[in-house]
Design a binder for this molecule. Structure first.
Ligand code: ADP
Ligand code: MG
Length: 148
């Protein structure tokens, strides 16, 4: 199913992430797309909060490391393909975490679109106005009954 949500602030996007976190069982790969500043990292922060990452743990795109790992109810792997070539994904070591005890979250996932398999949740964030974004969620875990 595809669900579209308009958010009017960063906090609202964070809250959508928290809401999606409740639906996660482990083993999902969340593919985030959207321009720079769309709110992909904000959404990852919401998921991290929803899964119980320690609030003191900084949730930011990996820069000096290839991936970030956050301990939580289900451990989170955070990758960002910005500035990587399509083959760059193979050097991150994500495969090692493709199991039911991890959630993999990838910003700029469209760069290596063909790489991802399994239980995918696609999240596209579109810039509408300064504080308004459209979040488009698509995947098996997105069901109408979860949004009432
Ligand atoms: P990305 O990871 O997609 O490059 P970030 O999450 O790092 O984007 O940054 C999004 C920026 O947009 C932040 O500065 C945030 O405060 C701002 N912002 C404004 N409105 C929203 C909104 N509705 N949802 C998410 N971010 C928003
Ligand atoms: Mg980002």
């Amino acid at each position: 199913m595809i669900k579209e949500i308009i958010t009017g602030s960063p906090q609202e996007t964070f809250s959508v992430g928290e809401k999606v976190a409740v639906l996660l069982k482990g083993g999902e790969t969340i593919l985030l797309t959207g321009d720079l500043g769309a709110g992909k990292t904000m959404f990852v922060k919401g998921i991290a909060s929803g899964l119980g990452v320690d609030p003191l743990t900084p949730v930011v795109s990996p820069t000096f490391t290839l991936i970030n790992l956050y301990k939580a109810r289900i451990d989170i792997v955070h990758a960002d393909l910005y500035r990587l070539d399509p083959e760059g994904i193979f050097g991150l070591g994500i495969e090692e975490y493709m199991d039911n005890s991890h959630i993999i979250m990838v910003e700029w996932a469209d760069i290596s679109e063909g790489y991802f398999k399994g239980n995918l949740l696609r999240i596209k964030i579109e810039y509408l106005e300064q504080n308004r974004r459209k979040i488009i969620l698509g995947g098996n875990i997105i069901r109408e009954e979860n949004w009432r």
